[in-house]
Design a protein around this ligand. Structure first.
Ligand SMILES: [Zn+2]
Length: 291
């Protein structure tokens, strides 16, 4: 029994062809992330599509840290950050200036594509080195950009479909495995065409119904579902670490101006307050290790 679509990620393989994939639906997780800030609806859609994409990618990479997508835009959208860790805990934030229309495309939001950039970071979270890849903005959608990235960096031919509307963000990833035969190639073409032809399939009640609708008659094996959720890794200890990095002089200058230190997490909106004694105490003792 496959659970209903409710913050659900389900991997699957085509039993008779070297084609694999995954389907994700973000429901409460997406709505909670949107609830942190008053995003315009055109931006809400882009955030939803990017959340679904990053969740699918984080799940498909053989990697135990966090995957972070950063889009630095030169247009109305200045910054979009979406992060997913190995447990499929997701968070996102965006900065923009000016009005955003409901039907804004990525190119409208990011402005001059040559002046914008998309960076994917793999953070192992264990003190090991970061891996960063810069994705060329050669595409009109997040899906197209990431398909290009997967083909180049992972050397896996991939198709990605993303939808975000009505409080639900969905995605489907299809990947053609290396060493594919003619039979596999035919299946790959047929599977991709089936998804292209049925955008309404994303309204399916659950992953099983979606896969059955898209690939009737094919031997599709679905794996145990995982549960993506909204989660923020911010903490008072991390904010304290950031204030120590800022330095005593800067902290004193903020205290002189405002009387206290207040830091809001840009992802989850949680507020961290430090009164003058607490702020100065950060510089009294040797800094504790920050994890
Ligand atoms: Zn937070």
């Amino acid at each position: 029994m496959i659970p209903p679509f409710n913050d659900n990620l389900t991997r699957f393989v085509m039993e008779r062809a070297a084609v694999r994939g995954a389907v994700v639906s973000l429901d409460a997780a997406y709505r909670e992330i949107l609830g942190c800030h008053a995003y315009p609806s055109g931006l809400r859609r882009l955030i939803g599509e990017t959340l679904a994409a990053v969740c699918l990618l984080a799940n498909s990479l053989k990697f135990q840290g966090s995957l972070i997508l950063q889009l630095h835009g030169a247009g109305t959208l200045r910054l979009l950050v979406v992060e997913c860790d190995a447990s499929l805990s997701l968070r996102a934030t965006a900065q923009w200036e000016g009005p955003i229309t409901d039907d804004a495309l990525l190119a409208d939001l990011a402005g001059d594509m040559r002046a914008s950039r998309l960076v994917l970071t793999l953070d192992p979270k264990d003190g090991g080195p970061l891996y960063q890849g810069v994705v060329a903005l050669e595409g009109t959608s997040i899906a197209a950009l990431l398909e290009h990235y997967l083909a180049k960096s992972e050397q896996i031919e991939s198709r990605l479909w993303l939808r975000a509307a009505d409080g639900r963000a969905c995605g489907l990833l299809l990947q053609r495995m290396p060493g594919a035969t003619d039979v596999d190639a035919a299946m790959w073409g047929r599977a991709a065409a089936a998804v292209d032809a049925a955008p309404a399939a994303f309204g399916a009640a659950d992953a099983h119904a979606l896969l059955g609708f898209l690939f009737p008659g094919d031997d599709v094996r679905a794996f145990r579902a995982r549960s993506p959720r909204f989660g923020c890794s911010c903490s008072r200890q991390r904010v304290a670490g950031a204030l120590r990095l800022l330095g005593s002089a800067e902290v004193e200058s903020i205290l002189a101006e405002r009387g206290r230190i207040g830091v809001d997490c840009e992802f989850c909106n949680r507020s961290y307050e430090f009164d003058p004694a607490e702020a100065r105490a950060l510089f009294d003792a040797p800094p504790a290790a920050v994890h």
